[in-house]
Design a protein around this ligand. Structure first.
Ligand code: UFG
Length: 340
């Protein structure tokens, strides 16, 4: 199958490209490199032996998107990752987020319609559930008002796809990620945060390697066993595999509805302190951290009900928290070696 991966040079995108190629699919990547590094293309080729076809342009540009689809009308499925994703930045620059994340989706859907491309896997987030009343959270839980423009773009995007599916031959799968961490087992690709990381795992590994002085743990007064917030961390390679299954499910016409939603998590929640403990255990490093106040907009706890994804996709996340933190550490060590 020929699959378009937008944002395929980025963190989750690059791991998904590897899995697609290793499952025999032909990949074409569109990425404007706004938050990614062109060197990742060679890194992908180093793992799989195949350098994916690549085009550098902004999918929010309607004409360029149309021109691209005219030349690639044989695409059978699209996995759409390309989007801005920094929660804090989206609060300061909402229009930048709405323009980038929504215009690109509308352009892709329009081109799909015009060119008879029917299958779209959309990269969504558990952020749509806010702080769920019931845990684990299932796909049937209500979507709650978004805390940030970033979160809102995910909700609006799902609605745009829903409405388009109703009015056309297009089919959609929204995959709602929990917290992806870790890196490819080869340590050839991984997360490459630009500047100071917002997310926990790269902040931990950058502190341990000496790039950051100290990790701040945001809040220890949550109603959780150790007082720190709980998330469902999932290995990025497990997440990548789920995308391959989702796009194959669409192309092979195994969908039960024309628009489906899946939670992609492990079903296990770990607190910030538990993630730190796992990291210290697998790395043998003592992490310099201190407890500070809560971070605005953070929820207390969330983890996935994975039954639907497990049953319907025949997929289950395999890697445990120690495997995740170890792979993130190996990746950080590899980056440090490369930068010497
Ligand atoms: N944390 C710290 N210190 C840090 C960074 C994070 O203590 O330096 C804590 C956070 O407070 C949170 C946990 O670690 O309790 C995980 O934080 P991340 O920033 O790694 O992940 P989030 O759960 O906040 O973010 C995720 C996705 C976003 C999504 C968001 C919505 O990464 O894309 O959930 O809640 F928008």
């Amino acid at each position: 199958m020929k699959i378009l991966v937008t944002g395929g040079v980025g963190y989750i995108g690059s791991h998904t490209v590897v899995e697609l190629q290793q499952n025999g699919h032909e990949v074409v990547i569109v990425d404007n490199l706004s938050n990614s590094n062109i060197g990742v293309l060679d890194a992908i080729a180093k793992i799989t032996g195949i350098k994916p076809e690549f085009e550098n342009f902004d999918l929010a540009d309607k004409t360029k998107t149309e021109d691209f689809f005219k030349c690639h009308s044989d695409i059978q499925g699209i996995i759409h990752f390309a989007a801005f994703k920094a929660v804090g930045e989206s609060v300061n620059e909402p229009l930048m987020y709405y323009r980038n994340n929504l215009f690109s989706l509308v352009n892709i859907l329009q081109s799909m319609k015009d060119n008879g491309v029917e299958n779209l896997v959309f990269s969504s987030s558990c952020t749509v559930y806010g702080q769920p009343e019931k845990l684990p959270v299932s796909e049937n839980a209500p979507v709650q008002k978004a805390e940030s423009p970033y979160g809102n773009t995910k909700q609006i995007s799902e609605e745009i796809i829903f409405d388009t599916v109703k009015a056309s031959d297009i089919k959609g799968i929204a995959v709602r990620y929990f917290n992806p961490i870790g890196a490819h087992e080869t340590a050839i690709i991984g997360e490459l945060p630009l500047g100071v990381p917002n997310c926990l795992m790269p902040y931990i590994t950058q502190t341990a390697i000496g790039i950051r002085e100290q990790l701040s743990v945001f809040g220890d007064d949550y109603k959780t066993p150790d007082g720190t917030a709980i998330r469902d961390y999932i290995h990025v390679a497990d997440l990548a595999k789920a995308h391959v299954i989702a796009v194959e499910r669409m192309v092979k016409q195994k969908m039960k509805k024309d628009f489906e939603y899946f939670n992609l998590g492990t079903g296990n929640g770990y607190s910030v302190l538990e993630v730190i403990k796992s990291f210290e255990k697998v790395s043998g490093e003592k992490l310099n951290y201190k407890i500070v106040g809560r971070r605005a907009g953070d929820i207390e706890k969330v983890w996935a009900d994975t039954n639907f994804a497990n049953d319907e996709l025949g997929w289950k996340a395999q890697q445990n928290i120690d495997e995740m933190t170890l792979s993130a550490w190996k990746w950080e060590q590899k980056l440090a070696l490369n930068n010497k």
